[in-house]
Design a protein around this ligand. Structure first.
Ligand SMILES: Nc1ncnc2c1ncn2[C@@H]1O[C@H](COP(=O)(O)OP(=O)(O)OP(=O)(O)O)[C@@H](O)[C@H]1O
Length: 869
């Protein structure tokens, strides 16, 4: 029996077991089992040929089993194994008719396991045994040397297969957990009962289909997107329709201006990892990455405190946030849409307003007073649109006159009628609009000029002096701004009423850090509460996860969960609390000795501002002892997408992605920057509106290749490799300074990887890292690469010929490279329709719960068996 590969796994319970997983877990819990993939004579791996080997005698209904080298039980067919396995206890190799059903012409499973055809060879047998003997589960990985040599015993054991690369297995410390589908498989359980063994088969398929942690991310991304699409479409926002390159739509590329402030800023910073001495190059060892991650200090950040709800029993004063009385958003939208008409800039009024609110909050948290001109300037910068101040001022004067909301006067009147004193929380924007409301106290406008503008102490002392109250609980603060007004008022001990106005964005968020005393859906409800404060029960106290407390950056970005960790940084999922926009916040603790990387990366992003396919930075700077970068949130990366699509992407998807990569890299190069770390993990899909676009991120290794005069950096040799060896160009392996040609070659290698799911130099062994890197370089220059090209679509050959013919300072012919990909699309009769593999259910594509279709090979036999019962 020739073992192709095997997996030893220990099934452990997870928190989110499905009923499906639970059943398997209770049966197999803590019993390691070993699954063999068998090769048949043709050498083709038949995926369904999975056999489970255990120490335990199988007693699953309908299962057949063989005893491996067992002499104990004559009634069982013993499988002769050559050479005999030197273990004492019998091992049972289980087979069920269901497996055989995948070979329609074979009735009996024993045909699959006749002793003539299947034997364990020496190496397999010893590995098999070693793996079973090993108390902790282990994973077999073939050793390939990358040359003709035999791998030596002390060679670097880095195989290129990491636990994460073996489907379904994720390592936690010394144990291995098999991740199962954690989505509810209602359809599966309702349609037929499955035996435990069937479950194992199904689990195997699930493992193949989903497995990794990253796959959860893809599933939730697609799920999220589908849910959000409807609400976005309804909100009037626009799904940005991507275009391939500015070259195609007639605009010119942004070009390198060495005197541009962002270029000057980047030039002034030392380049990170530039020609590090040999030996410091990081291998592509994910395990090592994991270990490094574990050593990272914990990010300790201040969290927004949870506030106690305050019962308003003796409220005397109603403090109204002016946004409850005036329509500020309407006029602002008019200003913004007149400056940036959606027909020209593809931004909806909603989106423009979100940007305005975001920049206003950032400015306020910087202690800068509201200045609509400055805020609109920020919005224009974000959109990469040049607008003169005079034009902005003109638009502001023309449109931005705040108007009273229709029921504002009635609300104030009713408050007065009920014997309360209404005051308006100061806001310069409200000054003119609320002035005409009779009976509304306006004295508080004076404190608007203070910095910070809103001071709850000042409001309290004002009310104490002029209205003889003694406690904050006598003042009810009413606002439609949950986070800026209600939250801070609650924290200061004031009872609050949050008015969830229709369409309010932040009102959709429920971040458990605040406790407004009341939540109202219309102003009229406020009158009811004022009449009888007990009529509306206060909401339950928010539950905050103390082990993983949420925290807020710049009063604006609420971090909710960790998205990922890199070598230097933590990346958190965050929402802009006033606009509900999704962002990613990257943190790096400020360390007394380690050089910071985020300021450098921010400078790179600043230089690439406005480049299509590069995420936009919302804010960067320092907060809470960390360097912080707030940027567009992205979806899953290409590696996750590849795994989601079962290890490989189809040619059409690859061509579409390739064209985008080339379009982006062309623009990045045009801004004077080379990326130097092209890899699937650094390309991610856009989030929500940009879900079809591919983005390049993690630019910590990027560098300016043009100097202050616009001249190309000099050619150098003997440089330490930089980037990721799997995708680096052949030159980088031999110490040549990278330039534009190396970025485009790396894109080619990445496309080959996505197409084949594996590259020949993965998993090779060598005595040490440096010789391994050299060997990979030789493989990239030699026959293995030529063989790879011969098994790949023909356009790859001229693609690499072009990249490799370029001199160091040459500009690649991006249009030519794109045309190669485009012609391949044409030859296959494909349209560039942005329909990637992962959107299509089927052979490769998404298998979301409702779409989950079991492979016929699994379902049919089970159905047939059930039919005969
Ligand atoms: N804008 C983003 N949106 C969503 N997730 C992100 C974003 N940026 C980073 N991430 C997640 O955080 C992880 C780490 O980020 P990143 O790669 O930028 O950090 P790094 O320390 O520079 O990592 P590396 O070691 O790869 O250089 C990424 O793998 C990705 O999962």
């Amino acid at each position: 029996m020739m073992i192709h590969s095997f997996i030893v796994a220990r099934l452990l319970p997870r928190l989110a077991w499905t009923p499906y997983g639970q059943r398997a877990a209770t049966s197999l819990l803590t019993k390691p089992f070993l699954a063999l993939h068998l090769k048949d004579e043709t050498g083709i791996l038949r995926a369904p040929n999975l056999f489970v080997v255990t120490h335990e005698k199988p007693n699953w209904p309908g299962s057949e089993y063989f005893v491996l080298d067992g002499k104990t039980d004559d009634s069982l067919r013993s499988l002769t194994v050559v050479p005999p396995l030197p273990f004492k206890v019998p091992l049972y190799l289980s087979v069920t008719p269901h497996i055989c059903a995948t070979f329609p012409d074979v009735e009996d499973s024993s045909h699959l396991l006749n002793d003539k055809t299947y034997q364990l060879d020496d190496i397999s047998a010893s590995r098999f045994l070693a793996a079973l003997k090993d108390a902790g589960p282990s994973i077999y990985a073939p050793r390939v040397t990358g040359s003709d040599e035999e791998a030596g015993p002390d060679w670097d054991t880095w195989s290129g297969y990491t636990p994460r690369e073996v489907p379904g297995i994720i390592e936690f410390g010394h144990q291995v957990v098999l991740f199962f589908e954690s989505l509810p498989f209602d359809s599966l359980t309702s349609s037929f009962e499955v035996s435990l063994f069937d479950e194992i088969l199904l689990i195997r398929q699930l493992v193949l289909d989903y497995s990794y942690e990253g796959i959860w991310r893809v599933i939730s991304y697609i799920d999220d997107l589908r849910r959000q699409m409807a609400s976005i479409a309804a909100s009037g926002r626009i799904f940005r329709s991507p275009s391939l390159s500015s070259g195609q739509d007639g605009c010119s590329y942004p070009s390198f201006d060495p005197l541009h402030p962002s270029a000057v800023a980047l030039q002034s910073l030392p380049v990170i990892h530039d020609g590090d001495p040999p030996g410091e190059v990081e291998p592509e060892d994910e395990l090592a990455d994991d270990l490094r991650d574990e050593e990272m200090p914990v990010l300790e950040m201040h969290m927004a405190a949870k506030t106690p709800a305050v019962l308003a029993e003796d409220i005397r004063i109603i403090a109204l946030d002016s946004n409850v009385l005036i329509d500020r958003d309407g006029p602002l939208k008019e200003v913004l849409t007149s400056l940036f008409p959606p027909s020209r800039f593809q931004h909806s009024a909603e989106e423009l307003l979100d940007r305005y609110v975001e920049y206003e909050t950032l400015r306020a948290s910087d202690g800068q007073l509201e200045s609509p001109l400055a805020v609109v300037r920020d919005v224009a910068r974000y959109l990469s649109i040049d607008v003169e101040d005079a034009i902005i001022n003109g638009a502001l004067q023309h449109h931005s006159r705040p108007r009273l909301l229709t029921d504002a006067v009635e609300v104030v009147k009713a408050i007065i009628e009920q014997g309360h004193v209404p005051i308006a929380i100061p806001s310069t924007a409200a000054r003119a609009a609320v002035a005409p409301i009779e009976g509304l106290s306006l004295e508080l406008f004076d404190i608007a000029a203070r910095n910070p503008p809103l001071s709850w102490d000042a409001i309290l002392s004002f009310c104490k002096d002029s209205h003889q109250i003694s406690r904050p609980t006598q003042i009810l603060v009413v606002s439609s701004d949950l986070y800026r007004i209600c939250e801070s008022a609650s924290q200061a001990g004031f009872p609050t009423a949050f008015l969830k106005v229709k369409g309010s964005r932040s009102g959709h968020l429920s971040i458990p850090t605040i406790a407004p005393t009341y939540t109202l859906t219309q102003v009229a409800d406020l009158l009811q509460i004022l009449h009888d404060p007990q009529c509306a029960p206060p909401p339950p106290e928010p539950v905050v996860d103390r082990a993983n407390p949420p925290f807020r950056v710049r009063d604006a970005y609420q971090c909710t969960r960790l998205l990922g960790t890199g070598s230097f940084a933590y990346v958190w999922n965050a929402v802009q609390v006033h606009t509900a926009a999704s962002v990613a916040v990257k943190f790096e603790l400020i360390h007394p000795t380690d050089p910071p990387t985020i300021p450098y990366e921010s400078a790179v992003y600043a230089q690439l501002y406005g480049v299509q396919g590069i995420p936009r930075v919302h804010w960067s700077g320092q907060d809470m002892n960390a360097n912080v970068l707030v940027m567009d949130k992205l979806g899953p990366n290409l590696e996750q997408m590849r795994l989601f699509c079962r290890g490989r992407l189809g040619l059409k998807t690859i061509l579409m992605l390739g064209e985008q990569m080339l379009a982006t890299i062309e623009q990045v190069h045009a801004k004077g920057i080379i990326v130097r770390d092209i890899k699937p993990e650094n390309f991610a899909l856009g989030f929500v509106e940009d879900y079809r676009r591919l983005f390049l991120f993690d630019l910590g290794l990027a560098k300016l290749y043009l100097d202050r005069t616009g001249a190309h950096i000099p050619f150098r040799e003997g440089r330490a490799g930089i980037g990721t060896p799997r995708y680096a160009s052949h030159n980088v392996h031999f110490g040549l300074e990278p330039s534009r040609r190396d970025d485009v070659e790396a894109i080619g290698i990445l496309l080959l990887f996505l197409l084949h799911g594996r590259l020949p130099w993965q998993g090779i062994c060598a005595p040490d890292i440096l010789s391994k890197l050299r060997r990979i370089g030789e493989m990239k220059r030699g026959k293995p690469f030529a063989d790879l090209l011969s098994q790949s679509p023909a356009f790859f050959t001229p693609f690499f010929e072009h990249c490799r013919a370029l001199e160091f300072a040459d500009k690649p012919d991006y249009a030519y490279l794109r045309r190669l990909l485009h012609d391949e699309m044409d030859q296959n009769g494909w349209e560039y329709d942005w329909q990637y593999d992962w959107w299509q259910a089927g052979e490769r594509g998404t298998l979301l719960p409702e779409e989950y279709k079991l492979d016929k090979r699994w379902v049919e036999p089970v159905r047939r068996v059930l039919d005969t019962l």
